[in-house]
Design a protein around this ligand. Structure first.
Ligand code: PEP
Ligand code: MG
Length: 566
């Protein structure tokens, strides 16, 4: 059994089609007729553009428009005036078209590969793809065509390039295994869009696998089973059927309201980190965004995003949501989230230190810039503001005063905003749970951040494996905190959501229904799963479960008991 990156869920059982890398070797040579060589380069570009457009058209049909854009990106790359200009310059200097192209592409590949973030590093694969496609045209070499692959094919390649993927027919290709690529590589994105199970970054597969041999791809566990036994095939065939049944069952919950078994409606939102993720939230049938973690707008750059940049980002997200709510959490920095250019002082105990709302209230300019941007974007949809890590009433009042100051400033500038914008808080500290009754009178909504609430309640750092046995939302202490927050919200007539990871835990769902949670905010991929879990429970059954669970004394008893009832 081989292990790799689980890049696209599902089980594929089939026969290997080994994709050998086409030899694109050539001998660099000096050219004299540089005008003719430049023409040859441009003719190749034209062919490349035509081929790529065709591949994009294909992908639009098989995977979707967003995926086709990856191919269109290759066209922009080769047509980039800087790229073309530099290649022309090299040809005019006597270089052959192949060498000029390769030099430029290798330069970009080097830059992208050295990037710190995974996403940019993966873009090197796109340049490699463009280079290979162009070289093949210039050298007159045939490239891999997957359109004719036999049914039940599992592709094994060093790297699955977007252009290869464009030829894939998902009726024939049942699995993908590669030696390179991560979860955010285009191959992974395309495999997921095509719904083909994929395991990437499996060492040496192109050397050890043979054409035609039987293989199983487990895209969930990231496993590849070579030469499976009859027992393996039986086991994985059953797993595949289970996966497909589960998938089609989940599909039945698409475009439906989120209702429990009594017909009580819940809001089912998504958590996002970038404006583009709002697209995913909508695609996954989210009913809005319950948590936009804005710190990502501040990361991976060297200076603060200004008001306009932030305004554009919030506007972009809310426009995608077309009237669905967008809860924007103000900057939640510190603790495990660092922004190097802010130069935050090293602290003895960063999780207890100068972070999140505390930092923002102490850095008014930065905070008000963000609030003004959010307010301006609120003209374009249902935007709500949420403060993180609140521990006392003063913080909420201070934050709201600054929102009022921002409104006055925008008014003076003649800029529009929603004057009735809702302001809520994350209840994710032990203090906020203890005074939830007081806080509920100060704000418009709560959202329970169980990721932090669990850590702060249990006084345990979730990154420390020695104390990880304490880090559980099924600890009686944490459940009591959650219940108290929800009850306080209900008593004061404000909605209460949960945006911590626990909101997607099927074992917690009945307790949340019984406590009276009104909104769940989960990662986009969990939307249908959570809708299905909610649909299983009547309030009465959920209450019965809650009543017994809350008499239990230990986390393990609670977990065992809930498991026995699912
Ligand atoms: C949480 O603490 O539960 C939460 C949603 O916020 P984050 O994970 O960003 O701290
Ligand atoms: Mg948090």
């Amino acid at each position: 059994m081989l292990k790799g990156v689980a890049a696209s869920d599902g089980i594929g059982i089939g026969n290997v089609l080994l994709i050998e890398e086409t030899s694109l070797e050539y001998t660099p040579h000096a050219v004299e007729d540089t005008a003719a060589e430049t023409r040859r380069f441009h003719e190749a570009v034209e062919v490349f553009v035509k081929n790529t457009e065709k591949q994009a058209e294909n992908l639009t049909k098989t995977a979707g428009e967003k995926e086709a854009k990856i191919m269109l990106g290759h066209i922009s790359m080769i047509k980039d005036p800087y790229m073309q200009g530099e290649i022309e310059k090299q040809i005019q200097g006597g270089s052959c078209a192949e060498a000029a192209l390769e030099n430029m592409c290798d330069m970009f590949i080097g830059v992208f590969s050295a990037a710190e973030d995974d996403f940019t590093r993966q873009r090197a694969a796109d340049v490699r793809d463009v280079k290979a496609g162009m070289l093949a045209i210039l050298l007159g070499v045939n490239v891999v065509d997957l359109t004719a692959a036999a049914p039940g094919t599992i592709i094994v390649a060093r790297e699955l390039t977007p252009s290869m993927t464009a030829g894939i027919d998902r009726d024939n290709i049942v699995g993908i295994i590669t030696e390179t690529g991560g979860k955010t590589s285009h191959s992974a994105i395309l495999a997921r869009a095509l719904e083909i199970p994929a395991v990437l970054s499996v060492e040496n597969v192109t050397k050890t696998f043979k054409d035609g041999e039987k293989v199983i791809v487990d895209g969930k566990a990231g496993l590849v089973i070579e030469n499976p036994t009859a027992a393996d095939i039986t086991e994985y065939t059953a797993k595949r059927e289970e996966f497909l049944a589960e998938k089609s069952e989940l599909e039945m919950f698409r475009n439906k309201k989120t209702l429990n078994a009594d017909g009580t409606e819940y809001e089912l939102f998504c958590n996002i980190g970038k404006p583009e993720d709002a697209v995913k939230a909508v695609e996954c049938d989210g009913e809005g965004v319950g948590l936009f973690r804005t710190e990502f707008l501040f990361m991976d750059r060297n200076s603060l995003p200004n008001e306009n940049e932030q305004f554009e980002a919030y506007k972009k997200a809310v426009m995608v949501l077309k009237g669905k709510p967008l809860i924007i959490r103000t900057l939640d920095i510190g603790g495990d989230k660092e922004i190097p250019y802010l130069g935050l002082e090293k602290e003895e105990n960063p999780f207890m230190g100068y972070r999140a709302i505390r930092y923002c209230l102490g850095n008014k300019d930065l905070f008000k810039t963000q609030i003004r941007a959010i307010l301006r974007a609120s003209v374009y949809g249902d935007i709500r503001i949420m403060f993180p890590l609140v521990t006392c009433v003063e913080e909420v009042r201070h934050g709201k005063t600054l929102v009022e100051e921002c409104k006055a400033e925008l008014k003076a500038q003649g800029k529009g905003f929603n004057n009735d914008i809702k302001i809520g808080i994350m209840t994710e500290t032990a203090a906020s749970a203890a005074i939830a009754d007081l806080l509920a009178k100060e704000c418009d909504f709560f959202s329970i951040g169980t990721n932090d609430l669990t850590g702060y309640t249990m006084s345990c750092d979730r990154g420390n494996s020695k104390v990880s046995y304490l880090y559980s939302h099924f600890q009686p202490a944490v459940l009591r905190m959650i219940e108290k927050i929800i009850k306080s919200a209900a008593e004061n007539g404000i909605p209460v959501g949960m945006c911590g990871e626990a909101a997607a835990d099927p074992m917690l769902v009945p307790l949340l229904i019984s406590f009276g949670l009104t909104e769940f905010s989960v990662s986009p991929v969990s939307v249908l799963k959570v809708r299905k879990e909610i649909a299983k429970w009547t309030k009465r059954d959920a209450d019965a479960l809650r009543d017994y669970v809350m008499t239990l004394h230990t986390q393990s008893e609670i977990v065992e008991y809930i498991k026995s009832k699912l």
